[in-house]
Ligand binder design. Sequence first.
Ligand code: SAM
Length: 283
Amino acid sequence: MSGFDPAWLDLREAVDHRSLAAGPLERLAAKFGDAPVSVVDLGAGSGSALRKLAPLLATVQSWTLIDSSAALLDHARSRLRDWADASDAEGDALKLRKDAATIEVRFSRADLAPAPLPPAAAAADLIVAVAFFDLAGDAWLTAFAERLTAARRTLYAPLIYDGAKRFQPPHDLDEAALAAFNAHQRSDKGLGPALGPEAGARLCELARRSGYGALEGRSPWRLGPADRALTTALVRGMASAASETAEAPDGLAAWLAFREASAAGGGEVGHVDLLLEPPGTAR
Ligand SMILES: C[S@@+](CC[C@H](N)C(=O)[O-])C[C@H]1O[C@@H](n2cnc3c(N)ncnc32)[C@H](O)[C@@H]1O
């Protein structure tokens, strides 16, 4: 299982939120904006999805945040308490008030490898998984899609990495460094050899085969001078991952030094957002 640094997730949160494609978000708000709604967030990390989506959903919400990392779930709890206007602990759960909303949050530490769709998710109105499915292998994703479609649940899955990265100003090794990084993206992250950049299209295909409606949007990170810290962390992560592969190009250290020095130039990272809806419920 791969480890995700809370500081990295904190750094990307604002960019994630501003990058989400409007179409799926508007559809979610139209679909779940009125009646009380239960949401399960798979690979929830620090609870970023709740902070983004809560204002779009009905004022009575219950969320279950599922992640394999106890440290991230602890971080999520503390981030959510800071974010809310008021919070009360009820056993292991939290009751939050934020603007007009009342939000009950449960935290569940679980490895999704052996159980792609936990019972709480199979019973939820809405399943959310942000920046998650590119970690999954084909067998796991197929098992997930079978369970999702059998349970006829709606899935919002934004920010699935699509393999594209561009930086400014360009460097001769950009393409080779990206190829090595993308090779690393296809290694096993605990859910089988990962599909990486192919995961979004594959998930869409599996859901459509079962009659699901799929609304797609693009959600590229567009990074500028103000995102220098994120760009720096991004290129460091890229170089570190690339260096672990057989494809690592000669000159990777010099590439990284150039990219760090020109981080203010920013760039773009491609993602796809998916909203998958059971037959008869999609517009
Ligand atoms: C890229 S992070 C995204 C976190 C969060 N969704 C966000 O957008 O900020 C992927 C998350 O999936 C979790 N994860 C990875 N493999 C997992 C597994 N096998 N079972 C449960 N969670 C897992 C990680 O701990 C991490 O929090």
